[in-house]
Design a protein around this ligand. Structure first.
Ligand SMILES: *[C@@H]1O[C@H](CO)[C@@H](O)[C@H](O)[C@H]1NC(C)=O
Ligand SMILES: *[C@@H]1O[C@H](CO)[C@@H](O)[C@H](O)[C@H]1NC(C)=O
Ligand SMILES: *[C@@H]1O[C@H](CO)[C@@H](O)[C@H](O)[C@H]1NC(C)=O
Ligand SMILES: *[C@@H]1O[C@H](CO)[C@@H](O)[C@H](O)[C@H]1NC(C)=O
Ligand SMILES: *[C@@H]1O[C@H](CO)[C@@H](O)[C@H](O)[C@H]1NC(C)=O
Length: 272
């Protein structure tokens, strides 16, 4: 069984009692953040609630309205992270570093990215194939990301760095196989297999770079030249957005996998 005391220690010792705050306070707002009695009480309720599966709403697999609402509820309840359950904070999501080859002569090195908007992602498609035991889960997210970027020009090895920000909308698609396991209490859980993530940008993302970084792009690529420069530029912006989305959705799937370990399979879907 999950240990109440260790949950409290985790919250307090990490100094972010309120990683799970929105969840705790929605049941029993602790007037005093560190009031141990109140916290213990909320924590006990949290455990009970979690065990009852109320991080989300159970849905039939062919009930898009229910799945839409349940996804929103799950994100609302988990986006701040629940360290005791290995559920990561995804809004804001911090990406300390990420490298990406744009495949047009430039290699991007993002540093200290802060991504916002994942908690408001909307379900756009959910399919479960119970014969093949596979899930396709697609959401639409309106995201912003900001941080630092180093743009490396492959052919010369020169690098330029500066602040970076992007705003854009993307469809993120997560595909994974699943199994079903039975725990020592006889409760069945989904086991989420390795995922593949794909991304499709919607419209033209807005990318902000300083003049140094724009110089790197001009120097390292042919993007600004030729009649099709608008198309090449659009493609580059979309790839930049998707490089971040691909990384961010790893944490989204991670949270689904972590929740499947603690919640019974019926908390997610009925009739599977
Ligand atoms: C714990 O919660 C119950 C019911 O919500 C409430 O009556 C009680 O006063 C709470 N105890 C503390 C110490 O907050
Ligand atoms: C959880 O379920 C049990 C039994 O079904 C019920 O007694 C309890 O009130 C529920 N707890 C919450 C917080 O919903
Ligand atoms: C990362 O960015 C945040 C603000 O977005 C800033 O407060 C923090 O100091 C940065 N950390 C590093 C290591 O640059
Ligand atoms: C995306 O989010 C921003 C705020 O972060 C908002 O101003 C904008 O209208 C949103 N766009 C869409 C299409 O929802
Ligand atoms: C850099 O360019 C060389 C050829 O000019 C190529 O072989 C290599 O794969 C490129 N590296 C990256 C990371 O794109």
């Amino acid at each position: 069984m999950l240990c109440t005391r260790s949950l409290i220690i985790l919250f307090v010792s990490s100094g972010v009692l309120c990683d799970g705050e929105s969840l705790l306070s929605s049941w029993n707002p602790c007037g005093h953040r560190y009031d141990p009695d109140c916290l213990l009480n909320s924590t006990a309720k949290f455990l009970e609630n979690t065990a009852n599966g109320s991080l989300l709403t159970p849905c039939g697999r062919d009930d898009p309205d229910c799945l839409q609402k349940s996804t929103a509820k799950f994100l609302e309840n988990t986006a701040n992270g629940l360290p005791a359950y290995d559920i990561r904070r995804i809004d804001p999501l911090s990406i300390p570093s990420l490298d990406y080859d744009l495949d047009n002569g430039l290699i991007l090195h993002y540093k200290n990215l802060t991504v916002k908007g994942l908690k408001d992602q909307e379900l756009s498609q959910f399919r479960i194939d119970i014969n093949e035991k596979g899930v396709k889960f697609q959401t639409k997210a309106n995201l912003t990301a900001e941080g630092e970027i180093v743009i490396e020009i492959n052919k010369t090895g020169r690098s330029f760095s500066g602040p970076f920000s992007i705003k854009g909308i993307a469809l993120g698609t997560m595909r994974y196989g699943y199994g079903i396991s039975t725990d020592d209490k006889g409760v069945q859980h989904f086991v989420v297999g390795p995922e593949t993530i794909s991304c499709q940008a919607v419209g033209e993302p807005d990318v902000q770079l300083n003049s140094e970084l724009k110089k790197a792009i001009a120097e390292g690529t042919e993007v600004n030249k030729g009649e099709d420069y608008k198309t090449k530029c659009l493609e580059m912006r979309q790839k930049i957005l998707c490089s971040i989305v691909d990384e961010a959705y790893v944490s989204v799937v991670h949270n689904i996998r972590a929740s499947a370990k603690i919640l019974p399979k019926e908390a997610f879907l009925t009739g599977v």
